[in-house]
Design a protein around this ligand. Structure first.
Ligand code: PLP
Length: 413
């Protein structure tokens, strides 16, 4: 076995030192954390800025004239600038802080739906969407008498773009598709999906929850109308997320939730709402979350997203080859163009049983439907075992995982 330390473009030992949780023992075994698709671990660079914020600067933002409030405001707004640069938006006015991907989808379904969705209109999703990118649109369609249309996939898990083209029509009011499937890891050709929609002047929403941790994203190059992600999947805290929206939408959308922070003036007769993203950030926001997110983005940018992508790709290929050597293992979404997510099953064994036995060996994988029940229905399975890797994982960990899996299969057969 080639030692991973010899050929990585970054120092994996140093990187692992940045993540204190990786030293944890689980069931008396060194933790092997392969559940990064659900949430990623946090480096001390992120933990440190949060402790610093609470020990030195804690204060409410935007409305205070005192020093701490001004410092907190500067850091919160600097975080918006860092997010803007990270996804190459054209203005900070296009960056709304939310609680995460789920809230971002709900926000757009609510605001866009109120203005543009009527009886008989159609919204296009894909069969591989996470429930968070299905349910807000489904409720909207139920309320408005609109219809959901679904892009099918082939047996490998790739979107059928010919069918997508056929679904686009004068009735289509919006397309909402995930950049990367959380269950299959398949990377969708969002540039093409956006370009085809643009030909008919249809806006596109991209769920980037699983793309942002693994690849560089340029919203202007994609030419999408909306892009969203969750902080916690990209090494930042939970409870913070981002919605990118082209400025024209920010201008025409009415507020989603209202309250302190969203206004210019209020009287009992009339309220004038703030311009820009503040219109959508009602109440005291997740200040430490935004600051932590900025630290996380700075951290991954220091390693470099190209380096991260290449290394994670290598891990994924290595694990895929090893899994293929085991009998009775079926891999879903076995395509070349994928992020570091592998979903698989072992014939005749329930995924939960495998997950439980792996946990006994300190190995964290996810089992179940991964909030993609329609995709499970497509494959006609109750769930899968999902191993999802981050750049702090190693081939040595994959070797231990494969041995653990073999042991589990033996016990369960
Ligand atoms: N979309 C995708 C593709 C996801 O993977 C997830 C989480 O797993 C979500 C949406 C929901 O993200 P959150 O729970 O952070 O809002």
């Amino acid at each position: 076995m080639q030692n991973i330390l010899q050929h990585t473009a970054f120092n994996i030992v140093e990187v692992r030192e940045d993540f204190p949780i990786l030293k944890t023992l689980v069931n008396n075994k060194p933790l092997i954390y392969f559940d990064n698709g659900a949430t990623a671990q946090k480096p001390k660079q992120v933990l440190d800025v949060i402790i610093k914020y609470y020990t030195e600067e804690n204060s409410n933002i935007h409305r205070g004239v005192h020093t701490l409030s001004q410092k907190a405001t500067i850091h919160y707004e600097l975080a918006r600038e860092i997010v803007k640069k990270h996804i190459k938006a054209s203005s900070v006015n296009e960056i709304i802080f939310t609680r995460g991907t789920t809230e971002s989808v709900n926000l757009v379904a609510h605001c866009f739906g109120k203005l543009f969705i009527n009886k008989g209109d159609e919204i296009i999703l894909s069969v591989m969407e996470h429930h968070s990118n299905i349910l807000p649109w489904q409720i909207l369609c139920e309320e408005r008498g609109a219809v959901l249309k679904v892009i099918p996939i082939n047996e490998k898990g790739e979107l059928n773009l010919n069918e997508y083209k056929k679904l686009l029509s004068a009735k289509t009011k919006l397309v909402s598709v995930s950049h990367v499937s959380n269950t299959l890891g398949v990377i969708n050709d969002m540039k093409e999906i956006c370009a085809l929609a643009k030909q008919k002047n249809i806006p596109v929403f991209i769920d980037g929850a699983q793309a942002i941790p693994h690849m560089a994203v340029d919203v202007q190059d994609l030419d999408c109308d909306f892009y969203c992600f969750s902080g916690h999947k990209v090494y930042a805290p939970t409870g913070i997320g981002v919605l990118y929206a082209k400025e024209k939408w920010i201008e025409i959308f009415k507020p989603y939730q209202v309250g302190g922070g969203t206004i210019k003036t209020v009287s009992f007769e009339k309220t004038e709402y703030a311009d820009g993203p503040l219109k959508f950030e009602a109440g005291t926001p997740n200040i430490e979350g935004a600051i932590g997110l900025a630290a996380a983005l700075n951290y991954i940018n220091e390693i470099g997203l190209e380096t991260i992508s290449a290394y994670e790709h290598e891990l994924t290929q290595y694990a895929t080859q090893k899994l293929k050597q085991l009998t009775n293992v079926i891999i879903y979404g076995d395509v070349a163009n994928k992020a570091s997510v592998i979903s698989f099953n072992v014939k005749g064994i329930h995924p939960f049983d495998v997950g439980t036995l792996l946990d006994k060996q300190g190995i964290a994988v996810r089992t179940g439907h991964h909030c993609t029940q329609p995709l499970m229905q497509y494959f006609n399975i109750p769930g899968t075992i999902r191993a999802s890797f981050a750049f702090y994982n190693t081939k040595e960990e994959i070797d231990v995982f494969i041995l653990g899996l073999e042991k589990a299969i033996k016990m369960l057969s």
